[in-house]
Design a protein around this ligand. Sequence first.
Ligand SMILES: [Fe+2]
Ligand SMILES: [Fe+2]
Length: 199
Amino acid sequence: MKKDKAAKQRKAARKRWMRLIKKQISGKRKSKKRSLEKKKQEKRLKELLQQYGTDILKSDNFLKSEKYIQHGNVSVMRHSISVAKHSLLLAKHLGIKCNKRDLIRGALLHDYFLYDWHSKEHAGLHNLHGFYHPGIALANAKKEYRLNRRQSDIIKKHMWPLTVVPPGYKEAWIVSAADKYCSLMETLHLHRGGKRRKR
Ligand SMILES: [Fe+2]
Ligand SMILES: [Fe+2]
């Protein structure tokens, strides 16, 4: 009788182990699938940015904005790229059909003010940066690129409600929302793949 009981206990323990191992294997498979999907999504986002914004991404002034901090430890350049990617993701998740070219170009140029707003030089105007930088970004962008109405609206209204007049295109609403989300994540150091740097 004792032998039977011990055999039953061993069998039950073996089953428990098998269940645990199977659970772990399936969990690993799921997380592997998720990370593959994320890689695929990131690759697609990069391709879209290259397709519609390669001239901006390679331009001297855009590359120069890597020197300027936007929020937390994230540069203006990385912030702008992140806003463009999150704008595409937001449009996709909400099922909003929009003009991808304008969405990307507007997002890449939305903070094209080309100065370090934390520097002593701009310290006096520091508190007003939020109000005046969309206008400066638009003027700078117009000097280098031919902007259509939608792209201009994205840049000009991205700080709404500070800009008072609300965005006039769905693309501008999307970029404004993505900008707020990215800014919050960067300020709280919660953004993905953000590199922490000493200021
Ligand atoms: Fe901005
Ligand atoms: Fe921004």
